[in-house]
Design a protein around this ligand. Structure first.
Ligand code: 4UW
Length: 528
């Protein structure tokens, strides 16, 4: 049984994303498009479109075009959309990299995506250069957004302003909706991070699907982009939705509560997109009362489950509407959300399916469809094409009918309102960020004192999900839990840290050697 969106289907034009966003600026050319939160520096839509055009020319001049990939390793700043859309306009796909990544993690993504150029900021150059020391990479140049002087390294370093100064013509590339646009990384339901192949149609569709639900983002809106553009939530809901609506997007390079409140107050932000940990601060932190933030109309939460009571206390304290949405990198990302005009909808829900989205609830054990509580399968124009160079992972996630198996367990009411009630995939979400257990397990096994390991998500005292490692020590090994935590922390981005360790005699496994995470979860529940 298929549950359809309560909204009428929309048409998705066959057009490249840059053309869709910048093809006709209308009367928006002189309006402010992006504001750098820390400095207040602004860029208009006309300037943004011009810079996108110049970056496309610069990329074309380097011989890159359709079939090529560049990597973007940067915090949020006004040049992020310049690089992102400029590359897309030249037919080049952009692999967005988590700004917290270590050199090893960055090198993995550069290699896996086959990126030929790495765009970064001067503060990240040490990590970028260290990553490029690794073998097997196709990167031939680093472009530095904030223009560090070139140094004579193994690889050319160019400042963004040099690239934008090109007088070359923009390459004439005719893009179709089927061309690859973005390659963010996600571990999906199992294993390590994989390149998620999102086409221009996927990204255009998701903007139109959200818009068709009556979103109030308009040219008068000011959106705060505190969540990272490298993650699909920031990329689509903040950066691209803002540009599409001709709203002003105010960028923040990282979260800091005082700076967050200052920017909201100073720029009179009316729309804030957050993940649940920020809701905790907004509901409880005394500092919130020191700022005049009554400009906020809507706080939109996603990326992990929002507790309904927490959401309500944010709504009461800020006198605003709080809404929740659900998404996944593989869905470009939004498949469900609460419409702007339905603040009455239960805040514990994820709202209704977007236009053009069809859903099934399927028993993950028996495969029976139409169950009351089952794995959420989603079909629609926003569903990714595939995982990059990984037919096996694609086949186990996307079925022959085009449904994407989300790995999340949901229920749905007669009115078509969905609730996420559990997760059957391995993935752990720490503060809304992905933590792939398989990656941590592989890393733990490289320690000579560790014989076997398994990682699952558990709840901490505040109800936040955190990664916990079950570790089997080698005979004679003398390791404490803190040693294990430190070993992982030294080698991985901070959000992926193991935060609790338990030593056990044996990791429960199936006959085929798969870790029985269910058993570990049951053990955890029994000890709670
Ligand atoms: N409740 C429970 C939720 C929820 C959730 C996500 O890192 P990814 O791949 O992607 C995201 C995307 C988040 C997002 C995008 C657009 C949007 O409007 C929105 O709401 C405002 C959120 O995080 O992780 C995907 C996984 O994150 C979990 C779920 O397990 C999903 O498969 N997740 N949103 N509201 N869980």
């Amino acid at each position: 049984m298929i549950v359809r969106s309560p909204y009428d289907d929309i048409d998705v034009p066959d057009v490249g994303l840059p053309e869709f966003l910048f093809g006709d600026l209308g009367d928006a050319a002189d309006r402010v498009a992006v504001i750098d939160g820390p400095s207040g520096r602004q860029m208009t839509f006309g300037e943004l479109a011009q810079a996108v055009d110049r970056f496309a020319a610069g990329i074309g001049e380097r011989g890159l075009g359709p079939g090529d990939v560049i990597a973007l390793f940067a915090p949020n700043n006004p040049h992020y959309p310049v690089v992102f859309h400029g590359a897309l306009a030249a037919g080049v796909a952009v692999s967005t990299v988590n700004a917290l990544y270590t050199p090893d993690e960055l090198a993995f993504q550069l290699r896996d995506s086959g990126s030929k150029v790495l765009v970064t900021v001067s503060a990240f150059l040490d990590r970028a250069r260290a990553a490029l020391d690794e073998e097997g990479l196709a990167v031939t140049e680093i472009i530095v957004i904030d223009g560090a002087p070139s140094v004579s390294g193994v690889i050319d370093e160019t400042s963004l302003s040099e690239v934008l100064a090109t007088t070359a013509d923009r390459p004439s590339v005719s893009l179709s909706g089927d061309d690859v646009a973005a390659l963010p990384y996600s571990s999906g339901t199992t294993g390590r991070a994989k390149g998620v192949v999102l086409t221009h149609r996927n990204l255009v569709a998701n903007l139109l699907q959200v818009q068709a639900m009556g979103t109030h983002v308009t040219a008068d809106s000011k959106i705060l982009a505190v969540l990272p553009f490298f993650h699909i939530y920031g990329m689509t809901c903040m950066m691209n939705q803002g540009i599409h609506a001709r709203a002003a997007v105010v960028t923040m390079p990282k979260f800091d509560l005082a700076e967050f409140l200052r920017i909201i107050s100073e720029h009179r932000i009316d729309r804030v997109y957050i993940a649940p940990p920020i809701a905790v601060a907004l509901a409880k932190h005394p500092m919130v009362d020191q700022y005049d933030i009554d400009c906020i109309d809507i706080v939109f939460s996603g990326a992990a489950a929002l507790d309904a009571e927490l959401g309500q206390s944010v709504a009461r304290r800020l006198n605003c509407t709080v809404l929740q949405g659900y998404g996944m990198t593989e869905l470009s990302p939004v498949s469900h959300c609460m419409p702007d005009d339905r603040p009455d909808m239960d805040l514990g829900s994820i709202g209704v399916a977007l236009p053009n989205v069809e859903c099934k609830l399927v028993d993950p054990d028996t495969g029976q469809e139409g169950v009351e509580r089952g794995e959420l399968w989603v079909r629609g124009p926003n569903v990714m094409r595939e995982y990059l160079n990984n037919a096996e992972a694609t086949a186990s996630t996307l079925d022959a009918d085009g449904f994407l198996h989300t790995g999340d367990v949901a229920t749905v009411t007669d009115e078509g309102i969905f609730y996420i009630v559990d997760r059957v995939k391995e993935l752990i979400k720490y503060k809304g960020y992905q933590v792939p257990p398989a990656e941590l397990e592989a890393l733990l096994l490289t320690h000579e004192g560790i014989a076997d390991a398994a990682v699952i998500g558990v709840k901490d005292a505040e109800g936040e999900e955190i990664p916990k490692a079950f570790v089997v020590l080698q005979q004679g090994a003398d390791l404490s839990g803190d040693d294990v935590i430190a070993f992982v922390a030294d080698r991985i981005a901070p959000h992926k840290k193991v935060r609790v360790v338990e030593f056990i005699d044996q990791i429960p496994k199936s006959a085929s050697g798969k870790i029985l995470r269910k058993d570990l979860r049951a053990r955890e529940a029994a000890n709670a």
